[in-house]
Design a protein around this ligand. Sequence first.
Ligand code: ATP
Ligand code: MG
Length: 401
Amino acid sequence: MVQGQPAILGVMGGGQLGRMWTQAAQRMGYATAVLDPDAESPAGLISHHAITAAYDDPAGLAQLAQLAHAITTEFENVPAAALEQLARLRPVAPSAACVAVAQDRLQEKAHFQRCLDAKGVPVAPFASIQTLKDLQAVPPGLLPGILKTARMGYDGKGQVRVANPAELQAAWAQLQHVPCVLEQLLPLVAECSVLVARGADGSCVNFPVQRNLHRNGILAMTEVYPGNVPADLAEQAVAATRQIAQGLSYVGVLCVEFFVLDAASPQAQGLGRLVVNEMAPRPHNSGHYTLDACDQSQFDLQVRTMAGLPLTAPRLHSAAIMLNLLGDLWLAHAGMPPWDAVLALPGTHLHLYGKTQARAGRKMGHLNITAATPQEARAVALESSALLGLPLDFDVDSKPL
Ligand code: ATP
Ligand code: MG
C-alpha cells in the first residue's frame, strides 16, 4: 500500500454478496474494485472501481488484476480459468482449485466422502448420470430421487424430482442430457449450514450453526440462537465443515449445507441423522444474520482472509432470524412493501440490495431481526411476516428437533 492511499481489494461478481463485501471492505478503509458484466450491478454501483466485462474477458481480468492487490469471488460459477489468470498476478482467495470443486457436484461429493467418511457424516446416496447406460443402471433404491445437473445449479434451478425410471428418463431429457447426479430423496426434518473462515496460515474460525427453511428451493428463513439445533448435531456439523475446509487447504469464507433426517426414518438408521449436502466457496445467504447479530460479519471475515489479517472467533450476541425478501413481495405490494410498519418493530434491520427490477424469486434484500431471546425474535418475525404477507408458522416451519 502506498502511504496515504488505500489498498484496493477486488471481487469477481457484483451481486448482493459482492455489495455487502464491498461495504465491509470500505468500512475498513480499503478501496474496492468489482468486475461484473452488468454496468449497474448492486456492488458496482457503490464500488470505487467498477469494471464492466464478462467474467472470462481477458482485458477485464487484466484490469482487475492491475487495480486490486488481492481478489476474491462472490459466486462459484466464475470460470476457474479466470481465477487462474488472476492468480498469476495477484493473491486470489478462494483458489481456482477450491472453486472448481464447488462447481461440480460430483467432485464436491468425492471431496466430502474423502474428508467425512470417518466422521460419520455421509452424502445422500447418489449415482452419477453421464450416459444412457448410467441412467439404466440406476438402482431402484435411489428412487424417488432428485436429478440435479452436476454444474451451474442454484436456488433449486437445474433440479427435477423423479418418482420412477420413466420420470427419470424424461427429467434427464428435460435437462438436455448434461452430466447429472441422481440423489435419493431424503426425509428431511430440518436443514442447517455452517460458515467458516480460514486464513492462509491455516487458522480457522466458525460461526454458530444456522437453521434454514427453504421454500420452492430458495432459502426463506434462517434462525440462529443457542439450541436452534441439538448440540450433538451442531458439533458434528461444525467439525465436518472445518474438516472440509482443511481438506481443501481453503482460504476464505466457506459455507457447507447439511440435511437433518427424520430420526425414525429407515434412511436415518442407515446414514445417521446428519447428511452433508453441498458447499459454497463464499459468504452465503444463510449467513446474512451475521451482519447484525455477530461481532464480526461473514463479509468482515472474508475481507480479513484475503487481506491476510488475523481471524478472531466471531461471537453471536443476539438471537437472530433472517427473512429473505424476494421480488414477489414487491409484486404483491404494488412496488413498495410496508417498511415503515416493519421498521416500527424492535430489532428489525432492513437490508436492500439496490436492485431496481423486482422479479418473482429474485433476491431483493433481507430482514434481520435481533432480540435478547429466541422467543422475542420469533414474535417479531411473526409480526413482520404478517405485515409483509409472508407465510410463517413456527409449529410447521421449525419443529423442535
Ligand atoms: P442453493 O441455492 O443452496 O445453491 P441448489 O439449487 O444448489 O441450492 P440444493 O441445495 O442441492 O440446490 O437443493 C435445494 C433444496 O432442495 C435443498 O435445500 C433441500 O430443501 C432440497 N433437497 C435437495 N436435495 C435433496 C435430497 N436429496 N432430499 C431431499 N431434499 C433435497
Ligand atoms: Mg443448497
